[in-house]
Write a protein that binds this ligand. Sequence first.
Ligand SMILES: NC(=O)c1ccc[n+]([C@@H]2O[C@H](COP(=O)([O-])OP(=O)(O)OC[C@H]3O[C@@H](n4cnc5c(N)ncnc54)[C@H](O)[C@@H]3O)[C@@H](O)[C@H]2O)c1
Length: 692
Amino acid sequence: MDSAPVNSLSRGTRAGITAGIKAVMADKSVVGVIIRGAGRAFCAGAEITELSGAPAGKSLQDDEPLTEMMMRMENLPIPVVAVVHGFALGGGMEVALSCHYRLATKDAQFGLPEVNLGLLPGAGGTQRLPRVIGAAPALEAILSGAPMKADKALKLGVCDAVLSGKDEASRLQEALQFIATKLGKPRPVGKMPVPDAAEAKARLPAILKAAQTKRKGEKAPVHIYKCVVAAIEAKDLAAGMKEEARLFVQLLASSEARALQHVFFAERAAAKLPKRFQAEPAPIKKVGIIGAGTMGGGIAMSCADVGMDVVLIDATQEFLDRGLKVIAGNYKRSVERQSITAKQMEERLARIQPSLDYGALSQVDLVVEAVFEDMKLKKDIFARLDKVCKPGCILASNTSGLDIDQIASATSRPGDVVGCHFFSPANVMKLLENVFGKASSPRTVATAMDFGRRIGKIPCLVGNCPGFVGNRMLGPYSKEAEKLALEGAPVDRIDRVIESVFGMNMGPFKMNDLVGLDLFWRKRKTEGKHNPNVNVEDALCDAGRFGQKNGKGFYVYEDGRTAKPDPFTEGVLERIAAHRNIDRRPSEKISDNEIIERLVYPLINEGFKCLEENIASKSSDIDIIYCFGYGFPRWRGGPMKYAEEVGLDTILAGLEKYRRWGQREDHWTPSALLVKTVTEQAHKKAKPAAKL
Ligand SMILES: NC(=O)c1ccc[n+]([C@@H]2O[C@H](COP(=O)([O-])OP(=O)(O)OC[C@H]3O[C@@H](n4cnc5c(N)ncnc54)[C@H](O)[C@@H]3O)[C@@H](O)[C@H]2O)c1
C-alpha cells in the first residue's frame, strides 16, 4: 500500500490492492504474498471523509467494496502475510486480519478505534478478531477502542511474531524467511473456528457491562456485543458479516455516531490556533507551580508525568508537606493499580522540587499560579513572579474566572501572561481552557497550547470574561437547577434526570457539593452579599453544610461518598420559596423534559452569547470544553451540536416559551446570534430550490 501519508483505504488504495490480487491470481509462479505499507505506517484505516458518502460527482456503485477486497485476499490459495509497522488501525487492522498471518515490528500498534466514533469495525473486524484471539478478548479489545502495542498483540495472538530487524530491508528478509516456512499453508481466518466459543458466551455480558459504565448512553457497545455473539453463533463468516453490516448501517445513521464524529473533528479543530496567534511555541522543560493545593498538586503531577522538572511553591512548610503527601499518595495508588511502576513513581516524585523560596523560580520556562481565588493575592504573586522569573518565562494563572488583564497588569510584561484553566482533578481531567488577555502575545498563547498538548491535555483557546466559557455557561445552568428545586422538583430528582435521562456525568447539586458550597459563601460574606433568606447555598452553609467535604451539603454523605437526599434541604427550599414568593408545584407536575430544557437551553443560549462576543471562536470549541471539562455526554456531541440536532428554532422557541411562563432572569433573553441564525435558516428554507 503506497498512498501518502498513512495509506488510508481510500477508493484508490482499494482499487490498487484489488488489482494486485488479480495480478497474483493470474500468475501461477507466485507462491506467497506479503502486504505492507509504504511510509510511516501499515494503514490508518478508512478514509474518514468518505464515511458519509461518495465524493461529489461519484456514485458509490463504481467502487470496490472493502469487504469484497478483503475476501479476495483471504481466499487466495497461497499464504498471505501482513507486515505491520507504525500502526494498523480500524480498516487497516481489518486488512491485516484478512491476511493469513501477521508479523509486526516492535513499534507497531494494532487497534480498532471505531467505537470512539460511535461505530463498529464494519469490514469483518468483529468476525475475524474473535476467530484469531477468541471472542472474549476480542470483545474487550473492540470495546476499548484503544491501540494495542506489538508485545501485547503477540501475547494475545493478534500477530504471529514480532520482527527484530532494525531497518526495512532486514525486516523484509525476516518476513520472507517466515513465509518460506508457510508455503502451501494458507490459513484463511474466516474459515477458522472461534477458539473460546464454548465458554465465551457466558463471559461476554460482563465485558459489555464494564464498557457501558465508561460509555454511558452510547449505542455502539451493544451493537459490537451483538456482532461478537454472531461470530460465535452464525453458521459461517458470510452470515456473521451480514449481521455486522446490518448493525453497522444502523450505527452509521445514528445521531450518536454523528455526535461522536463531531467531537473527534472538534478536538482536532480546537488545537488549531487562529491566525493572529500562530507563532513558534517556546520550549518548556522546567515548570514552576505556585500553590500545592488541590489544583497545584494535580498540575505538578501532569508535568512530572511527561518528564518536565517542577518547582512547587507554597506559603508554608506545612502546606507544602501536605501537598506533597497528596501527590505521593496519588502515585502510590497508581502503582497499586499497576498503571505505573514503582520506579516510574520514584522518578516522577524526584522531578518535583518543593520550595518556599520564589528564587527557585529563576530558571523555569513557565509558571502556573494556583493559589486561592483572590484577585489581590494573585496580583501580589504575579508582581513577585515578574521580579524573579527570567525574561520570556510564560506566566500563567489557573484562575477559574478572574480577569486575566487585571492579573497581567501587576507585571511589567503583560504579553507573557495567559490563563491556563485546568479542571479538577487536574492530573486526570483532559480539558485545559487557555485564556488570552488583551496583551497576551502570539508566542505566549502558542506556548500555552503546546504546553497543554505536551502534558496530555486537550487545550482550547478562549477569550477573557468572567468565568471564561465553561464556568460562564455553567452559571445559568446551576441557577435554573436551584430555581427548579425551589419550584418543587426534589434535588435528587433533578440530578437523576440530568444524569440518567440526559447523560451528564454528574448532576448540578452533586457537583456543587463536590466543589464545596463554602467558597462563594465566604466570598459573599466578605462582600456583604450574604443572604440566607433568598440564597439556598448561604442557608446551607450557615447551617454548617459545606458539601461532600464535611459530609453535608445539598445531600448528606453518611459514608463520606454516597449522596443521600436530606429533608433538611427540602425544608430550606420550602422556606426560601415562601420568602421569595415562588409558587411550588408537586414534583409530578414537573416533567423530565422541563427539567432538561430549563437547565440545558439557557446553557446553550449562553454558549451563543460567548460566540457573539468572540469569547469562543467557534461553536465546536464550546463542545470540546463541555465534553472534556464538564461531563457533557459525548454521544450528544456537546451543547452546541446538541442544539443543532434538536434544531436551533426549537431552542429559541423553548427560551421564549419559558419567558412567557414568567422566567425573568437574563439567561432567558435569547442571544442575538441565535435569533439571527434561526432567521437566516428560516429564510433559506422558505427560498424555493434553485432550478438545476
Ligand atoms: N478546585 C477546583 O475545582 C478548581 C478548578 C479549576 C480552577 N481552580 C482554581 O485554582 C486555584 C487554586 O484552587 P485549589 O482548589 O487548588 O485551592 P486550594 O485551597 O486547594 O490550594 C491553594 C493553595 O495555595 C496556597 N497558597 C495560598 N497563598 C499562597 C502564596 N502566597 N504563595 C504560595 N502558595 C499559596 C495554599 O496554601 C494552598 O495550598 C484557584 O484560583 C481556583 O479558583 C480550582
